[in-house]
Design a protein around this ligand. Sequence first.
Ligand SMILES: [Ca+2]
Ligand SMILES: [Ca+2]
Length: 325
Amino acid sequence: MSSCRSQKGLALISALLVVSLAGVLGAGRMFTLQVESQSSKALIGNARGRMLALGIEELAAEMLAADAAASASDHPGEDWAQKIGQSIPGSGQTTFQGRMEDMQGRFNVNNMITFQGAADMIAVDQFQRLLRILELDETLAYKALDWMDSDNLPQPLAGAEDEAYTRLDPPYQAPNRPLEDVSELLAVEGFNAAVWSALAPHVTALPVPGPPTPINLNTASEPVLLSLADDLDPALAQLWLEGQNNGGVSNLSEARRALPANMASRVAISSNWFQLRLAVNVDGARFFLTSLLDRGAGTVETRWRRQGIPAEAWLAPLAQQRAES
Ligand SMILES: [Ca+2]
Ligand SMILES: [Ca+2]
C-alpha cells in the first residue's frame, strides 16, 4: 500500500516536472523568436543603411568630379561642401545626414615623414607651430615623429620610442610607420583627451607615399593658416579666412609670395582629398560611414571606408583613463 502510494506520488511529480519543463521551453522559444525577430530587423536595417550610404558616397564622388571640371579652386561656397540630409518619403523612417570636408584644410600629420621614413623637418616645424597656436605642448611634435619614423632612437628633446610604451600596462611598441588613422595619435605619449579635443579638428592622416600634401588656403581653419609661417601677418591670415566665404584666394602665386620659400609649395587653392561622413537611420537601425575620397588621379577613388562611429569617439575616453591612472 505504502509502495503503491509512493509510486503514485512519483508519477505525479514526474508529470508536474514535464508540464513545468514544457512551460520553460515554450517561454524560452518565444523569447528566442522575439530576439531573432529584433536582430533580423536590425540586420535588415543595417544592410539597407549600408546600401544607401554607398549610394550617397557614389553621388558625392560624382559631385567632386563635376566640381573638378567646373572650377580650379575649392572653397566652402561650392556644392560639395554643403551639408546633406533628407527624410526619404514612402520608405518608413529612413533619414540620412552628412557632409564632405576638405582634408587639405587640415595639417596632414603624415607630412612629417618622408617616403623613406626619415623626418621632414619643414613639416615638423609646422606641426610645432600648430601645437603652439592651439596652446598645446609643441614638443608633442617630436613624440608623433618618433611614433612614425623608421628608427627606434628618441628625438633628443622630447621624443618617445619603444622604451616609453613597453613599460605601460598593457605594453605596446611604436609602429614606426605613417599613421593609418589620425586617431592613432591618441596612443602616442602626451596626446591625452584634452590635447586631442583641441587638435582633432585641425589634423588628418592621409595615405602615403607621395609628396607632402599642401594646405588649401581656401578651406583651412585659422590655426592651420597661422601654422604656415612663424612671421605670417595675422591680418593676411584673417583676410584669407574671411575670403573663404567669397570664393577664396584665386591668385596662388601671389599668396605663395607672402610665405617663406620653403613653405611656398606647401599651400594650394584646390584639393584632392575629401572625407565624407554619413549617418543613416533605417527604421531605428543606425549606420555610420566615413569614406576618404581621392580626386588626385583625374578620377575620384575611395581610398578607405570605415563603418561605425568614428574611432576617436571611443579612443578618447581610453586616453583620458590612461592620463588619470
Ligand atoms: Ca572646386
Ligand atoms: Ca620611430
